[in-house]
Ligand binder design. Structure first.
Ligand code: PMP
Length: 425
C-alpha cells in the first residue's frame, strides 16, 4: 500500500519477462541504485510537455515560451526539493558525474580538496582530472566509523595550507547504503573555514535533504536515480565560485557577448548551461522532486526501511552470505545491500538470479573500487548489489531472499555458461 495519497506508482511495475526456461514472471527490480524506474507522475509530466517540444531561452515562438517556462519552473521545483537558500545557484547538468566535474573546474585556484578513499569514482577523481583547479588533493583512508570520519576530516582541513578548502563526501554509499554524518562533517568543515560538497546521488531518492537546514555548500545528484529520465542532473549551492569560474563547457547560451577578440560569459545559471539544455530531462527530474516532496519523503523512507530490514535479516540468515559494511551493522542506511555468497562468483550469482528467477541485481565493484575491494571477504573479487525503492514489495524481497538461499545451498552446480555476463542455455 502507498503510504500517502500521492501517486508514487512506477512505470513498468507489472512488466513480465522470460526466464531461461521460457516461463514468464514479473520482473523483480533490485537495481535502483544504478537507475531507478520512472514514476508515473514523471511520465505524465513529460507527456504534457512533449506537444510543446522546443528549444528554450532563444525562440520567440509560443512553444519556445512554454518550454522556457517549464524549464525555469523545473529549476524552482529542484530549488524547493534541495531546500536551496535564497541566493543558491541551481544548475541543470547531465548527471552527478557532470556536476562534480563542473565544481572541480570552478573551485578557486590552489584550493585544497579533501576526499575519502571510499567515494564513488565520480566524487573521487574529478579533483585531479584534466582542467581541475585544485592545488592539492588530500585523500583520506577509509574511516573506522562515523566519528573517525569527522575527526579525520577536521584534522585534514586544519592541516591544509591557507586558502580555499573543500571537503567532498558522499551522503549515502552506493556500495553499502551507509549514511555518512553529513551534519557533523559540515560543522567541522565550516569551523575549519572550509566548504563541503555532498554527493547525494544515493541519498535524495530515499531521504529528504536540505541545503539550508544542513548548511551544506553544494549538492550534486542525478535524475535517473531519482525516478526520472537519464541525462539530467543537478549541481546546487553557493554562487561565488561558480560565478567567477570560466565555463567548462564553452558555447552558445553561456555567452553574453562575443567579439573578434573577446568573450563575455553570462551570469549564472546560463554561464554553466552552454548548448541547448535538456528541457525534458529537467522537467522530468522536477516532476520527481515535486512528487516525492508531496508524498512525504519521511513516509517513503519509513516504508523502505522496513523492506531493507527484511532483506538484510533474510540474507543474514543464509549460511555463506556476507554483507559488505564499512561500519557498525546497526547504523543508518538507504535501501542498498551488497553481499557475497561463499563458493559462488558474483557475476554467476547475478546472472543466475536474472535468468532463473527474473531478479535484476548488479555485480562488480560499483565504480567504488577502493571501497569495495577493501570490504570484500577473502576469496571474493566482486560483490552482488541489491537495491530497492518505490515499487519494491515485501513479496519481491522474499523472492530475492529465497532465490539467494536456493543458489547458496545448491552451490556452483551450473549447467550453463556465461556469455557477456548473461546466461547462455
Ligand atoms: N555518486 C554516487 C554515490 C553514485 O552512486 C553514482 C552512480 N552510481 C554517481 C555518483 C554517478 O552518477 P551518474 O552516473 O548519474 O553521474
Amino acid at each position: 500500500a502507498t503510504p500517502s495519497a500521492v501517486d508514487v506508482g512506477i512505470v513498468g511495475a507489472d512488466v513480465r519477462i522470460p526466464l531461461v526456461t521460457g516461463e514468464q514472471v514479473e520482473y523483480a527490480n533490485f537495481d535502483y541504485a544504478a537507475s531507478a524506474p520512472c514514476l508515473g507522475a514523471v511520465r505524465r509530466r513529460l507527456e504534457e510537455a512533449l506537444p510543446y517540444y522546443a528549444s528554450v531561452h532563444r525562440g520567440a515562438g509560443y512553444h519556445s515560451q512554454v518550454s522556457t517556462d517549464a524549464y525555469e519552473a523545473a529549476r524552482r521545483s529542484v530549488a524547493r526539493f534541495v531546500g536551496a537558500r535564497g541566493n543558491d545557484a541551481v544548475l541543470f547538468v547531465r548527471s552527478t558525474t557532470d556536476a562534480l566535474n563542473l565544481l572541480a573546474r570552478s573551485v578557486p585556484d590552489g584550493c585544497t580538496v579533501v576526499v575519502f578513499a571510499g567515494e564513488h569514482h565520480a566524487a573521487l577523481l574529478p579533483w585531479q582530472h584534466r582542467g581541475a583547479r585544485a592545488g592539492r588533493v588530500v585523500r583520506l583512508p577509509l574511516p573506522a566509523g562515523p566519528e573517525d570520519a569527522v575527526a579525520a576530516a577536521r584534522a585534514a582541513l586544519l592541516d591544509a595550507p591557507e586558502g580555499p578548502r573543500l571537503l567532498c563526501v558522499t551522503a549515502a554509499s552506493n556500495v553499502t547504503g551507509e549514511i555518512w554524518p553529513v551534519d557533523e562533517l559540515t560543522a567541522v568543515a565550516h569551523s575549519a573555514g572550509a566548504r563541503i560538497v555532498v554527493d547525494a546521488a544515493q541519498l535524495v531518492p530515499h531521504q529528504a535533504f536540505s541545503l539550508s537546514r544542513s548548511g551544506v555548500d553544494y549538492v550534486a545528484f542525478s535524475g535517473h536515480k531519482l525516478y526520472a529520465p537519464f541525462g539530467a542532473g543537478v549541481l546546487a549551492g553557493r554562487t561565488d565560485w561558480l560565478r567567477a569560474a570560466v565555463p567548462y563547457l564553452a558555447g552558445g547560451g553561456a555567452t553574453a557577448s562575443v567579439t573578434e577578440d573577446d568573450v563575455r560569459w553570462n551570469d549564472l545559471p546560463a554561464r554553466h548551461e552552454a548548448g541547448s539544455p535538456n528541457v525534458l530531462g529537467a522537467v522530468g527530474l522536477a516532476a520527481a522532486c515535486d512528487t516525492l516532496r508531496a508524498a512525504g519523503q519521511e513516509l517513503l523512507h519509513a516504508e523502505e526501511q522496513a523492506l531493507l530490514d527484511r532483506l538484510r535479516a533474510g540474507l543474514a540468515a543464509i549460511p555463506g552470505v556476507h554483507d559488505l559494511s564499512l561500519w557498525d551493522a546497526g547504523g543508518p542506511r538507504v535501501g542498498i545491500v551488497s553481499f557475497v555468497v561463499d563458493g559462488i562468483a558474483a557475476d554467476l550469482l547475478a546472472a543466475a538470479l536474472s535468468a532463473e528467477y527474473g531478479i535484476g541485481v548488479r555485480d562488480g565493484l560499483f565504480c567504488a573500487h577502493l571501497l569495495t575491494r577493501e570490504l570484500l571477504p577473502p576469496g571474493h573479487a566482486q560483490a552482488v548489489r541489491a537495491s530497492l525503492g518505490l515499487g519494491t514489495t515485501a513479496a519481491h524481497v522474499d523472492r530475492l531472499v529465497a532465490a539467494v538461499a536456493e543458489l547458496a545451498e545448491r552451490g556452483p552446480r551450473w549447467d550453463y555458461e556465461l556469455e557477456d555476463g548473461r546466461i547462455a542455455p
